[in-house]
Design a protein around this ligand. Structure first.
Ligand code: M6R
Length: 608
């Protein structure tokens, strides 16, 4: 969503801020701006549109200074415009602020400030912050920021700069991520690690309501009661290149190709043959596992689709009832949950507002919560009782690919763990699953070799306005993910249906030339799916089938077939989703879409 960068040091701030913001472009934004202290004077340049527009403005009117803040905004309050862009300042131009999140009581604060003579220019909630800081300033900037924050309700990560104390930046977070980068005589603040990686790998991960003061001399951290905090540095092990395209045309294509590694990494040290799974951050007792009455898996978007697979896997292996729900629905329907309910939230970013709300509500009702997330130190990882990190590495493209397959691996790991604790599945069967899981990275490499065939298919079909995805059982869950991927990056309308549902309505839409992508990897359901495919072929559909390499019969029925290596039915989603990701990618490329930053979408949805 929005991105924040701040810098204090001995180099020119503007280029460092722009470069940092460029590393956050993947979060999605519609305007950008910076504020830099130039000779104790606060200079702000901001505008609607891409960072290039901001750079052009800066070229025309450079700002010289060694301390500053920057922001990329994704509109929430007020349309994308120059005036609504961040940084926002008070009327006198003595305080500037960048902010991620939403100040829920901003209308109330605005009225209060207006009654005291303050004027507002923008439609944003953020503009109350610099004015509040100005209102409370009485010779101590940290004190003023603390007082302002104590009046704010909602979520925020903010960085403040002021001419009153021109040598410092002050930042604080609540429910919105913020990290501090520690360099040599230079310090950074950012909403995400890639923004500072070109300068340092040593960071502090700020917790809610921790205040940080950055000056050229160093960093000081405070509680909201102004007590000093000593914090451990987190050393980032992945390098800046990991967050760059690495020779691929787009991040999405790079991330699709990183899947074999991501799958392997997520299993590393957790799955070994003839040993129970090892989960360092999940401490579940056998007695607890045996007493679970119900499991809820809750998430959004692609993470929800991973949850659907999780339901099949956990129910099959642990014989515990599992319900899967969309976080934005679950949180408002007063679900029946208690201390015998295990809630598993899945979130790549670990910052999705609805998912986080579910986590908090579940904990409030006494449930134990396991978070499956890709981001170390993210909000869900900190607030859950247990965490299972997916080690996919940073995912930059808005469309989730490698995070999804690692979420599937995480689901299998949890399913096996519960089965081991409950003794609900024979050891030999679990060992067989582990053995096959360890082969998945190589098999995923095999699937990637179908790229050219998939590209050809895309070049023939990308002009279609509608497509269908069909599957049964786990294949249906993968079909939903394939359909979402296609929609979000190629803007082609598509629907996923369970094969058995065809006759109940959707078959009415099938006509000559309709494209149907069907999945057939579940042996027990194969014959049923073949019947479904015959039904659509009879009505003129063009069918692509994705099936296991031992199912050569499909060539007689479908117009084209993509084979995936043989594996256990339960594990096939990890492989069968890859062709669907590539189909979506190549269709979008054919249409000339920006695959990494699809319109209207943001990588991390930190507001409702
Ligand atoms: O960070 P999260 O996993 O919580 O994000 C959830 C969804 O917003 C996300 O999966 C979204 O659907 C992606 N754009 C899918 O590609």
């Amino acid at each position: 969503m929005c991105g924040i960068v701040g810098f204090v040091g001995k180099s020119e701030a503007s280029p460092i801020l722009i470069e940092g913001l460029s590393k956050l472009e993947y979060r999605g934004y519609d305007s950008a701006g910076i504020a830099v202290m130039e000779n104790e004077d606060l200079k702000v340049i901001k505008c609607k549109g891409r960072l290039a527009n901001l750079q052009n403005k800066l070229n025309e009117c450079p700002i010289k200074g060694e301390i500053g803040i920057g922001h990329t905004r994704w509109a929430t309050h007020g349309e994308p415009s120059d005036v609504n862009s961040h940084p926002h300042s008070n009327g006198k131009g003595t305080v500037s602020v960048v902010h991620n999140g939403i100040i829920e009581n901003y209308l109330y604060l605005r009225e209060k400030l207006m009654s005291k003579g303050y004027e507002f220019l923008s439609d944003t909630d953020t503009e109350v912050i610099p004015n509040l800081v100005d209102y409370y300033y009485d010779g101590d900037l940290l004190e003023a920021v603390m007082k302002a924050v104590s009046k704010m309700e909602g979520s925020y990560a903010i960085v403040v700069i002021s001419t009153k104390e021109p040598d410092k930046l002050i930042a604080v977070r609540k429910d919105s991520p913020l990290i501090v980068g520690v360099g040599k005589e230079e310090y950074f603040i950012a909403s995400d690690i890639p923004a500072v990686l070109n300068h340092t790998r040593d960071v502090y991960l700020l917790e809610d309501k921790e205040f940080v003061v950055l000056t050229r001399e160093g960093i000081e951290l405070f509680t909201e009661d102004r007590e000093k905090i000593n914090k451990e540095i987190y050393h980032v092990t992945w390098n800046a290149d990991a967050a760059e395209k690495g020779g691929y045309e787009d991040f999405m294509l790079k991330e699709i190709h990183e899947q074999p590694k991501a799958i392997r990494d997520t299993m590393t040290s957790r799955i070994t043959l003839n040993n129970p799974v090892v989960l360092d951050k999940i401490n579940m007792e056998e007695s607890y596992a045996k007493n679970i009455e119900k499991i809820y898996i809750v998430a959004c978007g692609t993470a929800y689709h991973a949850g659907v697979i999780g339901k099949y896997a956990i129910e099959k292996l642990s014989r515990t009832t599992v319900e899967v729900d969309i976080a934005s629905e679950f949180r408002y329907r007063n679900p029946i949950i208690n201390d015998k309910t295990l809630v598993i939230v899945i979130s790549q970013s670990g910052e999705t507002a609805d998912t986080l709300a579910v986590l908090r509500e579940s904990k409030r009702k006494g449930c134990r919560v396991i978070a499956v997330t890709n981001v170390v130190g993210s909000s869900v990882s900190r607030e859950a009782d247990d965490v299972l990190y997916t080690w996919a590495g940073p995912e930059i493209a808005v469309a989730s690919t490698k995070a999804y397959v690692t979420q599937l691996i995480a689901m299998y790991i949890i399913a096996i763990h519960l089965a081991e604790l409950k003794g609900s599945t024979k050891t030999e069967e679990l060992e067989e699953i582990k053995k096959e899981m360890l082969k998945l990275p190589e098999k995923a490499e095999e699937v990637l070799k179908h790229k050219e065939a998939l590209q050809k298919f895309a070049s023939k079909t990308y002009m279609h306005r509608d497509m269908f995805f069909l599957g049964r059982g786990l294949d249906y869950a993968v079909a939903m993910e394939g359909s979402l991927k296609l929609k979000e990056i190629s803007y082609i309308h598509s629907e996923a249906y369970a094969g058995g549902e065809l006759k109940h309505g959707p078959i009415a839409l099938i006509e000559n030339g309709t494209v149907v992508i069907s999945l057939l990897t579940q042996r027990e359901l194969q014959d049923k799916m073949v019947s479904n495919i015959r039904e659509v072929v009879t009505r003129g559909a063009k069918v692509m089938a994705i099936t296991s390499e031992d199912n050569k019969n499909m060539e007689k029925i479908a117009d084209s077939v993509i084979y995936i290596p043989k594996t256990l039915d339960i594990l096939s989603p990890v492989l069968s989703v890859i062709p669907l990701q590539l189909i979506a990618y190549y269709m979008a490329k054919q249409k000339g879409c920006d695959v990494d930053k699809p319109r209207n979408l943001a990588k991390s949805v930190t507001v409702e």
